[in-house]
Design a protein around this ligand. Structure first.
Ligand code: HEC
Length: 137
């Protein structure tokens, strides 16, 4: 009996020694642990961007005339963003009737009708619309 216990002890010792030799990263349950660096960092979303999209598609009614990359009634958002970036102009100012049309002045009257909505917005809402439109490329 003593011999059996002894050999069992030796056996257990041997197993624990071999286990120590392995360098597998496991959690308390023995599941492999992922390297920290592999976990992607949370992308930081500009809160104005989400608000801008909501306004653009919602109470701004902008989607009725502006689509991402095709001209409908108004120019494509991508085209507007491109020109505004090139000229360093501000969409927030334009929709508050503080600056002139630089994309398609011949159709300005159609756009102007929508200023009833945008001028009633807060400056932050107009800025959110700008951030949203400028995010297109
Ligand atoms: C009834 C259709 C219509 C609606 C609704 C509309 N637009 Fe427009 N938009 C136009 C037309 C047409 C143009 C081209 C004329 C122009 O460039 O001013 C235009 C042009 C623009 C331009 C470029 C202005 C420039 O410098 O030439 C911006 C920026 C713009 N729209 C933003 C908006 C935003 C933001 C909204 C929603 C709050 C909106 N539009 C809603 C028709 C519309």
């Amino acid at each position: 009996m003593k011999l059996i216990l002894k050999s069992f002890a030796v056996f257990t010792l041997a197993i624990s020694l071999t286990n120590c030799g392995e360098k597998k990263e496991t959690d308390a349950y023995g599941n492999p642990v992922q390297e920290k660096s592999e976990v992607a960092a949370e992308p930081t979303v500009d809160p104005l961007l989400a608000k801008g999209q909501e306004l653009f598609e919602g109470k701004g009614t902008c989607t009725a005339c502006h689509k991402a990359d095709t001209k409908v009634i108004g120019p494509a958002i991508k085209d507007i963003a491109k020109i505004y970036k090139e000229k360093g102009a501000s969409i927030a100012s334009f929709i508050n009737e503080e600056s002139k049309a630089i994309v398609d002045p011949s159709q300005y009257e159609t756009m102007k009708a929508n200023f009833v909505i945008t001028k009633a917005m807060t400056a932050e809402e107009r800025k959110a619309l700008e951030v949203y439109m400028m995010s297109f490329e």
